[in-house]
Design a protein around this ligand. Structure first.
Ligand code: HEM
Ligand SMILES: *[C@@H]1O[C@H](CO)[C@@H](O)[C@H](O)[C@H]1NC(C)=O
Ligand SMILES: *[C@@H]1O[C@H](CO)[C@@H](O)[C@H](O)[C@H]1NC(C)=O
Ligand SMILES: *[C@@H]1O[C@H](CO)[C@@H](O)[C@H](O)[C@H]1NC(C)=O
Length: 484
């Protein structure tokens, strides 16, 4: 007779054996086994996930492509791609649904926001609901709000220069981060956080630490259930609740606003059961994150590239000076919309230093041929837009900052606009892209017209990524002086 203990032991051993067989089977047989990649990736995604936690995938990924080619297997069911045809197929033609990674960043697994919605039908309804908040008419109405935030920005920069005896060294990464948070809160939530002017950085820090936690939670869902670890959303919900209750008070007094927050509150009032307070909170948090650091980093990266390519900065400065001959000229949407060199510089910056630095992750709904390989249902595929945008088969001198390539042929090759997706592509592209471009143009023109910007030597450009990139050194300094 076997004892219960022995039977359990045998059962356990059998189960371990069965799992090992399955892992081996998946590693060496089946369609994905033909895809090149590091040996460990055949068995487990762990080493790759650890790079994600370190914020280092963007630095490791390019090397993997270099070593293995256009397709790399980094986990048993985790494949990355960089070629234009496959990326177009994943994001646009097949328009695969978002992978479950997006669900793990939800505060409550049943409460999806626009960004984290993975169901295609529900997503369509959500996006339609929000589209009035991004119409041309609505965006143009935001001009005075953005203008006000920029006035404060100028005032603060002027003061910093004055205090420093004319020439100040400014951490532009932070200043711009404060500015775009102010713009986002003013435009979407009915009031600027006023981070640029105040010294109070608690709100900004709340969002920053939230970002890192979100990235961690996505990879380690268990983390959320550990006792004593505050959830990502508890860190932020107090702030959001204050904003919503202020809006409700204003509505009671009959004050009407027409912004993104109002769309959320109205949706809630029309159907409080399916669009709860939690939904409002989630949408706001994700909008704040999607809209501020993305834009400020793009502005900071553009400045970085211009300062390191002084002839390009000179070219842009002369375009801006001839459009705004006087320092008093009002920098408006209309006058910054069609400046060719400015737009070319922004595009070139987003090509070379995009905000989405790793793969855009999607889930394969049924077996599909991608880049010549059969990829089965439920495989996670990532579209490395950043690598496509540096593909030497598409872009001559891919690692150089050459705005001119957007203005005509460069080395006989016109810019391939279909291989340029800084705002992603397909149904899940960035809803805020026109908002961002309008804001970016105002910021860059204001800075370049008003100040003499100079390179502060010896800074590291090394980046890490948690949801969005950040400078490893923690800042990006720029020399700033009022122009005469
Ligand atoms: C230069 C600045 C920006 C860049 C580079 C950028 C980039 C992107 C990218 C690549 C995505 C797709 C993400 C994915 O597939 O997971 C995205 C989505 C999104 N962005 Fe932006 N974005 C920027 C500014 C903004 C702004 C200003 C807003 C809001 C006003 C915004 C709101 C959103 C939202 C709500 C989504 C989710 C869309 C959806 O799933 O339907 N973004 N953005
Ligand atoms: C400049 O333009 C902004 C945005 O349209 C407007 O709010 C502001 O009043 C204008 N200022 C001047 C001095 O014309
Ligand atoms: C902007 O943010 C930084 C740090 O994030 C903070 O120290 C500063 O006071 C804020 N405002 C200004 C004007 O820089
Ligand atoms: C920048 O890229 C966008 C999107 O591809 C394109 O429509 C626009 O023409 C480009 N701008 C310039 C100046 O080439």
């Amino acid at each position: 007779m076997y004892s219960i203990g022995t039977i359990l032991l045998y059962a356990l051993a059998a189960e371990i054996f069965r799992r090992c067989c399955l892992i081996l089977l998946a590693a060496f047989t089946g369609p994905l086994s033909k895809i090149p990649g590091p040996m460990i990736g055949k068995f487990t995604s762990w080493p790759w996930l650890i790079q994600c936690v370190k914020g280092n995938q963007m630095n490791i990924g390019p090397g993997l492509f270099q070593k293995y080619g256009d397709v790399v297997r980094v986990g048993p069911a985790d494949i990355m791609f960089r070629d234009k045809a496959t990326i177009t197929k994943i994001l646009i033609d097949e328009d695969f649904r978002k992978s479950h990674d997006y669900e793990t960043v939800r505060e409550d697994p049943n409460v999806a926001s626009l960004i984290t919605e993975t169901d295609k039908v529900k997503y369509k309804q959500k996006r339609r609901l929000l589209s009035p908040g991004f119409s041309i008419g609505y965006l143009n109405g935001l001009e005075p709000l953005m203008h006000e935030c920029l006035q404060v920005f100028k005032k603060v920069l002027d003061g910093r220069c004055r205090d420093a005896g004319g020439y100040a060294v400014i951490d532009m990464n932070r200043m711009l981060g404060n500015l775009t948070s102010d713009v986002m809160s003013a435009a979407s939530f009915g009031g600027s956080f006023n981070l640029v002017e105040s010294d109070d950085n608690t709100q900004k820090n709340i969002f920053n630490s939230y970002l890192r936690r979100v990235a961690l939670d996505a990879q380690f869902p268990l983390l959320r259930h550990l006792p004593g670890v505050p959830s990502a959303s508890s860190m932020i919900s107090g702030l959001v609740e204050r904003i919503v209750s202020k809006r409700r008070q204003e509505m009671e007094k009959g004050v009407m606003k027409k912004d993104i927050l109002q769309i959320f509150v109205d949706t809630h009032n029309a159907d409080p059961i399916s669009f709860t307070d939690k939904h409002i909170r989630n949408e706001m948090i994700l909008f704040m994150i999607a809209g501020s650091d993305t834009t400020s980093l793009t502005a900071a990266f553009t400045l970085l590239l211009l300062l390191n390519n002084p002839d390009k900065l000179k070219e842009l400065t002369s375009e801006i000076d001839s459009t705004f001959p006087s320092l008093e000229d009002n920098v408006t949407f209309a006058k910054t919309q069609d400046l060719p060199y400015l737009n070319a510089a922004i595009n070139e910056s987003m090509r070379l230093m995009p905000i989405i630095t790793g793969g855009i992750v999607r889930l394969v709904p049924e077996t599909t041929i991608l880049c010549g390989y059969e990829v089965p249902k439920d495989t996670i595929v990532s579209a490395w837009v950043s690598e496509m945008q540096r593909d030497p088969r598409i872009w001559p001198d891919p690692d150089s900052f050459i705005p001119e390539r957007w203005l005509g042929d460069y080395k006989g090759v016109p810019a391939d606009r279909k291989a340029f997706m800084p705002f992603s592509a397909g149904s899940r592209n960035c809803i805020g892209q026109q908002f961002a471009l309008k804001e970016l143009r105002l910021i860059l023109v204001t800075l370049i017209r008003r100040y003499e910007l100079s390179l502060v030597e010896g800074q590291s450009h090394e980046l890490r990524v948690h949801t969005v990139p950040w400078f490893k050194q923690g800042f990006y300094n720029v020399g700033v002086k009022l122009r005469s």
